[in-house]
Every structure is written in structure tokens, then in C-alpha cells.
Ligand binder design. Structure first.
Ligand SMILES: [Fe+2]
Ligand SMILES: [Fe+2]
Length: 140
């Protein structure tokens, strides 16, 4: 029985930029799918392909945000990238677990990602979104 805390898509997570919002909404969908899937599972071996997709989507998303940060010469790029790097290392460890078929603690994973995503999107990503908005409304 899953007891993971779920994150919901809503105003609090919106940045107003679809290149971010579309991916963020996808994360939330995948986390919810993973949660639904884990409810009927008898072990922690639930859904390696779903976890794999989530990892791939997150990695690609971090890269695209960092490309935009470089393009607009975002001054907080190092701090923002450091947060992505922390999660990249966790995703690397998760990938190693998947490859070794050791099983994934799905509830823990959902808790970790839900908490991290909500904080990261509300903080770093929304700050980036505000910066992009300023960049494209002033002097252009
Ligand atoms: Fe993001
Ligand atoms: Fe980010």
C-alpha cells in the first residue's frame, strides 16, 4: 500500500513559460502514475520503465533549462545548476539500481521527487521564469 505524498499540478507550480511548465506537468503526471501503479504492486520492483522514463525526462529538462540560462546570461546559473547536479547524482544512483535490478523503494522515491520538485520549481525555476520575462519585456 503506497503512502507517498503526492504533488499536484496547479498555480503554485506554474512559471508561465511552456518550455518549463509542459515538462513540469509531465513530471507530476509520471509521479502520479508511478504512485497509482505502486498501489497494486506487491514488491518494490514496480515499474522500472516508468522510473526510467521519469529519469530521462528530468535529465533532458535540466539540460534545456541550463541552455536557456546560458542564452540569457542568467546570473544565478551556478546555483541553479548546483541544484540540478545534486538531483542528477541521485538519478545516477537510481539508474544504477535499475540496471542492477536491486529494486526501487517507490514510495521513498515519490516522496523525494515530490518534495524536491515542489521546492525547486517554486524557488529556482520561478526565479528563472521571472528573469526570462524581464529579459523579453525590457529593451527588446
Ligand atoms: Fe524545472
Ligand atoms: Fe530547474
Amino acid at each position: 500500500m503506497g503512502s507517498a505524498m503526492l504533488v499536484e499540478w496547479g498555480e503554485k507550480l506554474k512559471t508561465g513559460w511552456s518550455f518549463m511548465d509542459d515538462d513540469h506537468r509531465r513530471f507530476v503526471e509520471l509521479l502520479n502514475d508511478l504512485h497509482d501503479n505502486s498501489l497494486g504492486a506487491s514488491s518494490n520492483f514496480a515499474a522500472p520503465s516508468m522510473v526510467g522514463e521519469l529519469i530521462a525526462v528530468m535529465r533532458a529538462h535540466f539540460d534545456s533549462e541550463e541552455t536557456v540560462m546560458q542564452q540569457i546570461r542568467y546570473p544565478k546559473l551556478p546555483d541553479h545548476r548546483a541544484q540540478h547536479d545534486l538531483m542528477r547524482r541521485k538519478l545516477d544512483a537510481l539508474t544504477a539500481d535499475l540496471d542492477a535490478c536491486t529494486g526501487i523503494a517507490v514510495d521513498e522515491l515519490i516522496d523525494l521527487l515530490s518534495t524536491w520538485l515542489a521546492q525547486h520549481i517554486a524557488g529556482c525555476d520561478r526565479d528563472l521564469a521571472r528573469r526570462i520575462s524581464r529579459r523579453f519585456s525590457i529593451g527588446r
